[in-house]
Design a protein around this ligand. Sequence first.
Ligand SMILES: Nc1nc2c(ncn2[C@@H]2O[C@H](COP(=O)(O)OP(=O)(O)OP(=O)(O)O)[C@@H](O)[C@H]2O)c(=O)[nH]1
Ligand SMILES: [Mg+2]
Length: 318
Amino acid sequence: MALLDDFKRGDRRALSKIITHIENRREGYRTILAQISRFERKAFRIGITGPPGAGKSTLVDSLVAKLANTGKKIGVVAIDPSSPFTGGALLGDRVRMQHLADKDKVFIRSMASRGQSGGLAAATRDVITVLDAFGMDLIIIETVGIGQIELDIIEACDTVVVILVPESGDMIQTMKAGLMEIADIFCVNKIDRPGADRLVSYLNNMIHERLGEFSQEFPAVGTNAVSGLGVDKLSDAISRHRDYIVGNGMFEQRRKRQLKNEILSSVRDRIVKDLDHMIDLDGQFESISSKLNSGETDPYTAADEIYEHYFRGRLVNG
Ligand SMILES: Nc1nc2c(ncn2[C@@H]2O[C@H](COP(=O)(O)OP(=O)(O)OP(=O)(O)O)[C@@H](O)[C@H]2O)c(=O)[nH]1
Ligand SMILES: [Mg+2]
């Protein structure tokens, strides 16, 4: 296939086309993915997440500018939040990065989070695979907030940076558990605003408390994404975290788990689709539906029965 040859040669238009093809689940996308996923892949994946308007895009831009100037090839996947703060503009893929010396080293792609619910995490993972196979050294994934879909996306990252702002104090109280689990590095952005120091020390106390489970502490980093202040420190923290997890085997473990999840989710998609089709086709749903109407069964029992009917003895010995 000519497109794949162009892709292999490093043609960015081919990369773009293939991503669109895969993102839209067009005919034959699985075959393309299967081929591409066999190419050499070596990218390290950095997840950047945080509340709307925290400065994630601005920070990613500064980070990318720093890293690209060290000669690294970088892919950015921005999950378009359609946020009220920026109107979901994401600064526009072309407008962003205008200041980059070597634009060829960076490829930015936004993905719409609307109209893709459920499939977004899978589509994002596939786009990451494509960027990786294209030869990126680093892939940065930017998502808003911390909902289930974001967690699924972030799951595919090696180092996760949670961006907070001095105003997000309240949010931390309510989301503490989720944040703690997901964050490898905390970054307090907009340190030019009041309350930043307090938030940094609060986070550092929190990080210190959990040191029991970890042998290395990664203190919160303060940044001003607009002026670039602190971005070097953030970049250093990310590389230190990378060395740390590669060194202690966590990286390999994470990748293994990610791979399992990827394969499982791919299988799950197919099973659900087939089952959806099958229970209509063979009248199972019709009969359950009338039993539900007459009160002979309930949705939980019906689900058990469907499972028994199709899977008993197939998945587990029973
Ligand atoms: N004062 C100040 N403003 C900042 C800083 N970083 C970003 N901003 C501003 O905050 C606003 C939001 O920045 P974005 O980078 O779009 O934030 P985001 O988190 O990507 O936003 P969404 O993707 O819409 O959730 C913009 O007006 C930025 O210029 C900072 O360090 N200090
Ligand atoms: Mg953004």
